[in-house]
Write a protein that binds this ligand. Sequence first.
Ligand SMILES: [Zn+2]
Ligand SMILES: [Zn+2]
Length: 343
Amino acid sequence: MPELRRGLITQKWVIIAPERAMRPSDYRTDGDEALRQPLENCPFCPGHEHMTPPEVYRVSDGKNGWRVRVVPNKYAALTSYPELGRAGVAGFFDRMNGVGAHEVVIETPDHDKELPDLTEDHLKVVVDVYALRLRELMKNGWHRYVLLFKNHGSRAGASLAHPHAQIIATPVVPGDVRARLHVAKDYYDRKERCVFCDMLLQELHEGQRVVAEVDGYVILAPYDSRFPFEIHIYPRYHAHDFTAMNEEQRRGLARVLRQALGALKALLGDPPYNFVLQTAPNPVPRPGKPGYWATLQYDYHWHIEVIPRLTRVAGFEWGTGFYINPMPPEDAARYLREALEQG
Ligand SMILES: [Zn+2]
Ligand SMILES: [Zn+2]
């Protein structure tokens, strides 16, 4: 029987409809024809550095090449601009200048390697670069929120196959992010505890949605999974800010990322997925809003969401904000645990 579940943090409903469930093999996808193109056209391959805008950062390979490069997005959604220009248009619609930043992190010179194929050391460098660029972009007070995300595969919105992540800094805190921040803050106001830490305690106690615990991180199939095999990665320790990780914590994250994405790959082939970092907003002071983020460091808890795009979002989802998920997260977690054990 289908079941409605409400997300603790998102406050949104999902419909878990297991009688439509299929086995992991039914979801398997191998290769992405839509993104196949001659390598000489790939702007992210070594030797093609002239095809991207001038790079803002690189990690050298110790010779003449690079391990990771960061470049501005050629088709930037937002760019730097001297003023915000907030205004009401005709006194009714809100507008502001497209202030922000849009960067691409080219995660490896190797066109055909995906994150789980990289060595742990290389992945650690990738995590270092994510944190470094986020920290750098947050130095700009216009950048109220900085989002790190990854689209892998054409069905997840990627236009290039070469492994890369994107970072977009926005001049407002996006509504969905703000809603989650408020849930965390309200919970803290009532209980003086972090809602995510409490949720992790509960999940680790129950165990059925826990995929793995690795080096201070937990991989979970969330209770309110919107998509088959959706997984979240949480630090087991309380931490509101991704950019504040120390060396050892970044290494732990490299390890857990490799396992989480490796398990998806082992189970599902090469699934298209979105990877989204949920971290604290830029704590710049807000005129007229003293104490706006006063308890942020106690009430919020950063995490990564990995969302395989194996089902399509259609009219019902657009009309309601509910998602229909045919794969119960308890089953997904079991399949992923088995994949890890066999790996
Ligand atoms: Zn390439
Ligand atoms: Zn916490």
